[in-house]
Design a protein around this ligand. Sequence first.
Ligand code: AKG
Ligand code: FE2
Length: 200
Amino acid sequence: MGDDVLQIQSESTTLPWTLHRSWLPPLTAIDWSSTLMRRVHWQQPIVQVYGRHHPVPRLTMFLAEQDVSYRYSGTRHCGAGWPNWFLPMLNQVNTACGCRFNGCLLNLYRHGEDRMGWHADDEAEIDQSQPIASLSLGSNRDFQLRHRHQRQHRHTLELTSGDLLIMHPGCQRDWLHGVPQRRRIKTPRINLTFRCFQPR
Ligand SMILES: O=C(O)CCC(=O)C(=O)O
Ligand SMILES: [Fe+2]
């Protein structure tokens, strides 16, 4: 039993992410969800897989500084500058992480059928020496992580409204992550991932 405790401790100190539960208080999280639902022009990109076109199983939006562009779901998205109403959120996340994020990908999972497949945010456009900060609002969803080379290393974090997950440098290199379908969930979740992009 003593060995188990040590094992868990040494593992938890080396995992390249930190989860801050209830980083936003519940009512603040609800306020931000409704602001984002209302103000964001949510889109549903179409992706081509083996020559067939499919809408992605969630809605998305990219907010970023003007000199930033990001290719995801088969299309290049260009930053249009931060909207003023978003700045209080951005500043708070910047302060918590000690960085200056210049882009944020927003995902709206309308219900439990919306999802995100296994991937890593390891594109060359992203400065991999910086963390990626992920803020969750609304319904609880499982966030899964799987080591790329040690397949037995898997973690499931149930992310709840107001949680801030910081993925540290190395996380995208060594781990894949995803948000699986959960059919019993009927209410929406919003996730914001703050990223540092290389300037164009
Ligand atoms: O919804 C989440 O928690 C994860 C989102 C994500 O992995 C991404 O936007 O790249
Ligand atoms: Fe991701």
